[in-house]
Design a protein around this ligand. Structure first.
Ligand code: CA
Length: 664
């Protein structure tokens, strides 16, 4: 058996061999063919399957409850092909729960709901047996994705369920729940729209929800204790998180409510992005992966300890065929069962390039407009060949996959590891070239001198839509806190001016703009850098700010509309950007200016000039003779015009953006 494992496998002879098949190590394990489903229910019987190639014995235990109590039945599974074990249990098991237990090297590894549970009991320790079709909300079969022309049309809004709705001022009933995003007509105390109406009014195209699969940090049995967590601690990858449902003890509820949320967002014209965290699990030794195939799903050091590219104690091994297949199947499952439209890969740089490309290729078969982006870096150096990792520097090998630009982000606000250090916004010179790099969408552009760009020594995007353009996200300080921490001697009104200047760079970049929820009403996080488990008092968005900062909100909304109405700002093609986007020669430091010319991208406006001035004084910028119509000036956006200006020089106010056009 030792010598002929692969031959036996291909001949299917292992089905006849009970007991352990000897493999030299996890790298030899066969891949399970077909679906990775572990529980298939019908009213007459339920079939269980578990991939566990090195197991000596595998059992399924059945329970009446999702947690607590003893098993009422235990079934021994039979070994089958591809290292997968099976058992069929007769009778209608709807409403019951199950766990698997694997015996390897003479020891039982402990109960687990398996790696692909689709429904779980409270706390996520047992799988739940239910008919998923019974979880569909009314009209689910008619749910349709909002129209989308191409990735250049995308504007992403990143939000956390609890931040978004938990504050009393949200006017939302289902606070901190999936259902919060289904409530129409909610208002702040000042009568301004909140919730889904707010998102619709703002004009973003994609809502990116922070981890919403089942994670482990929140005790689902004690939700009244006001706990908060971002959720980057995966437990069950293919089940919605229980604490965001109205009743985590009833397995079908979270599934139905998640679908209701997607349905409501789709109706509102918004696509939905799931934040996925396949790069690590919350617990390594006790994870479902380790309880089914120890040592297989993770990168292990020679001494048998877990490699830690995630910085969270372990890193998964996407290059292993079953882990790769697992990630592909999981993404497809969220698309098919929950109608998810995009995925944000946490620490994408931990994964290998081939896996990311396969995920994109397979996901596009389900939805050609699926949007996949990620962090093109890792927390620590992964235990894998760097040339093979889905890092930002390797994006050329992943066309169609998108990475965040830390070049633009940090050129605007300052480095991630020092909140007190400012950059362009703080009036620090030398960041101008990195901002140009971000404006062009991280593509090679003849006027961007890579020698003077931070972090990257070469352009890494083949197309501008391969770059996410942003200045803040859930990580680190939000923008208002960062400006407060890094700008010396902040004067009244200055924070607002710099905030709007920053987002003008983001929203006029040829990359794909990304906004952190609440920035549009100047949210703060009380100066907390890493708020992953800070209380609501830090993380909640106070919706009364919408009235207090009405001009800020109007500016964000106006810029979003400007981008949508003017294809020049989202050319979507590297050659078009090189042809139509010209940076203007500027002598002054802290000024970046560029022209979009020749009805770029079919724009109604013939010439558009954008000037970003982070200096503390008004600056004349040479733009050429002629009359120009201002559409963004002194913190106001109006596409119908804010008056005319005459060249050859235009003066832009301190700490502000000026956008003008000619010819329509
Ligand atoms: Ca959970």
């Amino acid at each position: 058996m030792l010598m002929a494992t692969s031959a036996l496998l291909s001949a299917g002879l292992l089905t006849a061999c009970r007991g352990r098949v000897a493999y030299t190590g996890p790298e030899d394990y066969p891949v399970r063919k077909g679906s990775l489903s572990e529980m298939d229910y019908t009213p007459r019987s339920t079939e269980f399957h578990l991939w566990s190639p090195a197991a000596e014995e595998v059992q399924v235990q059945l329970y009446e409850t999702g947690a607590g109590g003893d098993a009422f039945e235990t079934h021994t599974m039979a070994p089958g092909r591809d290292g997968t074990w099976h058992v069929r249990v007769k009778g209608d098991l709807q409403g019951k729960y199950y766990t698997f237990n694997v015996k390897e090297d003479g020891s039982w590894l402990g109960e687990t709901p398996g790696i692909f549970a689709k429904a779980v009991g409270i706390g996520g320790q047992r799988g739940a047996i239910l008919d998923l079709s019974g979880t569909d909300p009314d009209g689910w079969a008619l749910d349709r994705k909002p129209e989308l022309g191409g990735p250049e049309e995308i504007i992403v809004y990143e939000m956390h369920h609890r931040d978004f709705s938990i504050h009393a001022s949200s006017g939302i009933r289902n606070k901190g729940k999936f259902l919060a995003l289904t409530e129409e007509g909610t208002k702040s105390p000042e009568g301004l729209p909140t919730g889904i109406d707010h998102l619709k009014d703002l004009g973003v195209t994609h809502v990116h929800i922070l981890p919403s699969f089942d994670f482990s940090s929140i005790d689902e049995t004690a939700l009244d204790r006001n706990r908060y967590n971002w959720g980057y601690d995966p437990l069950n990858y293919n089940v919605p998180e229980g604490s965001y449902s109205t009743d985590p003890s009833r397995p079908g509820i979270r599934i139905r409510e998640f679908k209701q949320m997607v349905q409501a967002l789709h109706r509102a014209g918004l696509r939905v992005v799931l934040d996925v965290v396949y790069n690590h699990t919350s617990n390594a030794r006790g994870s479902a992966f380790e309880k089914t195939a120890p040592g297989y799903f993770y990168r292990m050091k020679p001494d048998g300890t877990f490699a830690n590219g995630s910085g969270c104690g372990n890193e998964t091994a996407s290059e292993r065929p079953m882990m790769r297949k697992y990630m592909v199947e999981s993404v497809l499952y969220w698309m098919r069962e929950y109608h998810i439209d995009g995925f944000r890969f946490d620490l994408m740089g931990v994964h290998d390039i081939a896996t990311m490309n396969e995920i994109l290729a397979e996901a596009r078969k389900v939805d050609p407009q699926v949007f996949i982006y990620g962090e093109g870096w890792a927390a620590e150096t992964p235990l894998h060949d760097g040339a093979d990792l889905a890092m930002k520097a390797n994006m050329a090998q992943m066309p169609g996959i998108v990475a965040f630009s830390d070049e633009l982000r940090d050129a605007l606000r300052g480095p991630w590891d020092d909140d007190a250090k400012g950059a362009f916004l703080a009036g620090k010179t030398g960041e101008e070239e990195s901002i140009k790099f971000g404006i062009a969408g991280a593509i090679a552009h003849p006027q961007v001198d890579m020698e003077r760009v931070n972090y990257s020594d070469q352009a890494w995007a083949g197309q501008p839509t391969q770059m996410m353009s942003y200045v803040s996200c859930h990580d680190d300080m939000c923008l208002t806190d960062r400006l407060t921490a890094s700008v010396a001697d902040l004067q009244p009104g200055e924070l607002e001016r710099l905030d709007l200047l920053a987002q003008t760079a983001v929203l006029t970049s040829q990359g794909v703009p990304f906004l952190f929820s609440g920035e549009e009403i100047l949210r703060d996080k009380k100066g907390v850098h890493n708020s992953y488990r800070s209380p609501d008092s830090v993380n909640a968005i106070d919706w009364s700010r919408k009235a207090r900062h009405a001009s800020v909100y109007a500016y964000y909304k106006g810029l979003i509309a400007l981008r949508k109405h003017h294809p020049a700002f989202r050319l979507g093609d590297a050659d078009l950007v090189r042809r139509h986007l010209e940076f203007l020669p500027v002598e002054e430091p802290l000024v970046v200016a560029y022209r979009l010319s020749g009805h770029a991208g079919g724009d109604a406006w013939k010439e558009i000039v954008v000037i970003l001035n982070a200096g503390r004084k008004a600056v004349p910028v040479p733009v050429g003779a002629g009359t120009y119509t201002a559409v963004v000036r002194d913190g106001v956006v109006d596409e119908n015009g804010l008056g005319t200006m005459t060249g050859p020089e235009l003066t832009v106010s301190p700490e502000s953006a000026l956008i003008v056009f000619q010819g329509n």
